[in-house]
Design a protein around this ligand. Structure first.
Ligand code: GAL
Length: 690
């Protein structure tokens, strides 16, 4: 964004308000320290009331007024919510579900990403906006569309099918290559003409996994085409104005690594549930992800709720202080701005009961006081602007891996990689560490620890990167369900993990799931040994929810195995066994192994199960120690993050906490502290500048 302060503000939807309210809004924005608002996100119907007739005067006057009030404008391209006339006059622009239902206007995001008519219409609208505003002095950024794929990311229609075929032709080059890639030699699926290639619609049973995985990438790429179409128009009009589109955390349907290359800065929308004590953790996860998507550069928190949302079954409020505390945690992890949805709470429509920075009750409400309070804290934290953060730990993340694992029919239903990323990030968060995310094929040699949660699809290039990282001294932790398929999406033969056996020293011969809910049609009766003379004598350990772990002497190892246990082949005699399975048919077999790197201090750790939180924490403590990383060792509920010259002290608890050895200048009061004790009030962030 083109501003020299931390951004603070929110979505501003003034179409809902009269002139006097807008005038009051400008005063209130100044009172709250607002520096930027996002305007026009849902304005298409007002900007183009009928096809080809544009009315931009109202927007021009609003942008002028914001500018006069010293507030920057993140101007949306308004393409996220087509007006009713578009769907009525051009039904081909409406998306069709897998079941064949048309999604009609009356909500939002009702567009078919493949529709050429839709593409032509947005191009014309965006060009019109660019002509009018590209050189307006208020403009600090362009906000393309809004939350692509939040509601709709696909359409099952002929136009999309045609684009899917063309996409596959470009990827495979020939039908023979496609047949080979998808493994159509099985189940008589051999395709003999391109016209036989169809979208993965409704099928009698499992669709082809290769087709489904490709389709997911195609959907992400198709939406990216829409983004690029708009971006090119905007950049042509004025290349100096940065563009963004707001991401949605770890959204499964868009390959954000690919998208991130096509925005000038990363922005994100984040809505953790305040009813869940894991809310701060979840915010931290998204902040770390966004910073990483931007290659370590600052990002903008484009949306969050000033207080409660309206779309959960029951919508918890943020507790007093949490709004600022969580926002500043996001700044600590790399945000250069905090924006909310939305500035003024709506008085009608679908989001009437979603909080706004200006609540229905006005400035008497707690929300408003907290909004003003955060504005002040952000003003005081100016020194953080542009500051970068260096993480020692990276978690490997790849959308193609998610899609390949989800498209696979077995070996387990759970989204292991997605969940593994959250679990391992949580373990780092709880110990007070910031982590980066990285693509498995990126250069990893700067990291001291690399965690690879369930990288089911392990490419040759990723194997090379991991090898380089261990050679450079990194501790690499690979977890179960990694290395099952190769670049082509085909099963790895000769033992899973084979491509990285040299750094781990082990391969997986078989995986035995447990926590299995037995599939026994027609019987719920408990077995009675006196009657069920055969069945009651059969032991079925697969149903056990957990399996304990032991050390080499058979003593309990802290933590349990969940979901499955690999039967490992140990190929290298230097492999050290850290923990073994206690129960199951694999009792005594290795559950966690470590192979020291050939040179330097690196090592390859393998976790042959899904560890519970205690198990992850135990292992992490050991690996952090091996990597020589100093642990923060802070009181429970307190975290500390350094960004640029500013140290963020966060107290998440309900009690004041005393911390010691704090030196520097308090950003809020200006007071100088020298090795003093500092009291962190309950649910508060205190910022100290060096
Ligand atoms: C986002 C969306 C906003 C608003 C918000 C409410 O998904 O971009 O427009 O609807 O949710 O939480």
């Amino acid at each position: 964004m083109l501003i020299d302060r931390l951004a603070y503000g929110g979505d501003y939807n003034p179409e809902q308000w009269d002139d006097a309210t807008i005038e009051r809004d400008l005063e209130l924005m100044q009172e709250a320290g607002v520096t930027v608002v996002s305007v026009g996100i849902f304005s298409w119907a007002f900007l183009e009331p009928e096809p080809g007739r544009y009315e931009l005067g109202w927007l021009r006057s609003l942008v002028d007024r914001l500018h006069a009030a010293g507030i920057g404008v993140d101007l949306a391209t308004a393409t996220a919510s087509p007006p009713p006339w578009l769907g009525r006059q051009y039904p081909e622009t409406l998306p069709i579900t897998r079941e064949g239902h048309v999604l009609r206007w009356g909500s939002r995001q009702a567009y078919n990403p493949s529709s050429q008519v839709f593409r032509d219409k947005i191009a014309a609208l965006v060009q019109t906006l660019a002509n009018e505003f590209a050189h307006h002095p208020a403009l600090v950024a362009w906000h393309i569309n809004n939350e692509y794929a939040c509601h709709v990311h696909e359409s099952f229609d002929a136009e999309t099918e045609g684009r899917f075929r063309a996409w596959l032709q470009a990827k495979y080059g020939s039908l023979a290559a496609l047949n080979d890639g998808w493994g159509t030699a099985f189940w008589s699926q051999r395709l003999s003409a391109w016209d036989e290639v169809i979208l993965p619609g409704l099928t009698p049973t499992y669709p082809n996994p290769g087709q489904v995985a490709d389709y997911r990438q195609f959907c992400s790429d198709t939406l990216l085409e829409l983004h690029l179409l708009e971006k090119e128009i905007l950049h042509r009009a004025n290349p100096d104005i940065p563009v963004t589109t707001n991401f949605l955390g770890l959204l499964e349907s868009l390959d954000y690594w690919k998208w991130a290359k096509h925005v000038d800065f990363i922005s994100n929308d984040s809505y953790p549930d305040p009813a869940d004590p894991r809310g701060a953790r979840s915010y931290a996860f998204e902040a770390d992800l966004m910073r990483s998507l931007g290659g370590g550069k600052p990002f903008i928190q484009m949306e969050q709720a000033p207080n409660q949302v309206q779309w959960r079954e029951r919508n918890a409020v943020k507790r007093p202080g949490q709004y600022a505390l969580w926002s500043l945690q996001t700044v600590a992890r790399g945000a250069d701005g905090i924006l909310n949805f939305q500035w003024r709470q709506s008085k009608a429509g679908a989001e009437t009961w979603h909080s706004g920075m200006v609540p229905h009750a006005g400035s008497e409400a707690r929300t408003w006081r907290e909004v003003v309070g955060l504005g002040r804290q952000l003003t005081g934290a100016a020194a953080v602007l542009g500051g970068e953060i260096k993480a020692d730990v990276a978690l490997l993340l790849d959308w193609q891996n998610f899609w390949a694992q989800e498209a696979a029919v077995g070996p387990v239903e759970e989204k292991t990689a997605l969940r593994g990323l959250r679990d391992w990030h949580a373990s780092l968060f709880e110990r007070g560490h910031v982590a980066d995310f990285a693509h498995p094929e990126a250069d990893l040699t700067g990291y001291r620890i690399i965690i690879v949660p369930s990288l089911f699809r392990l490419t040759e290039a990723a194997a090379t990167r991991l090898r380089e990282a261990v050679a450079a001294g990194a501790q690499v932790i690979v977890t179960f369900l990694s290395g099952w398929i190769d670049d082509a999406g085909h099963a790895v033969l000769g033992g899973y993990l084979r491509p990285i056996r040299d750094i781990l020293g082990v391969r997986v011969l078989e995986m035995a799931p447990f926590s299995v809910v037995p599939y026994l049609p027609g019987t719920g009766e408990v077995l009675d040994p006196e009657i069920d003379r055969v069945s009651a004598a059969i032991v079925a350990p697969a149903a056990a929810p957990l399996v304990d772990l032991v050390d080499d002497f058979g003593a309990p190892w802290p933590g349990n195995a969940r979901e499955g246990a690999d039967d490992l082949a140990v190929d290298d005699e230097r492999v050290q066994v850290v923990a073994r399975f206690g129960g199951t048919d694999l009792a005594g077999r290795p559950a966690i192994t470590m192979l020291p790197g050939a040179r330097g201090s690196g090592a390859g750790w393998y976790v042959a199960t899904n560890l519970d939180s205690r198990g992850r924490d135990t292992l992490l403590a050991r690996v952090l120690d091996s990597a020589g990383i100093v642990e923060p060792g802070l009181p429970a509920g307190v975290s500390r993050t350094k960004r640029g010259p500013v140290t963020f002290w966060l107290n998440h608890t309900d009690e004041p906490v005393i911390v010691r050895g704090v030196t520097g200048r308090r950003c809020d009061t200006g007071e100088s502290l020298a090795a003093a004790e500092m009291v962190l009030p309950a649910r508060t962030a205190v910022l100290i500048e060096d």
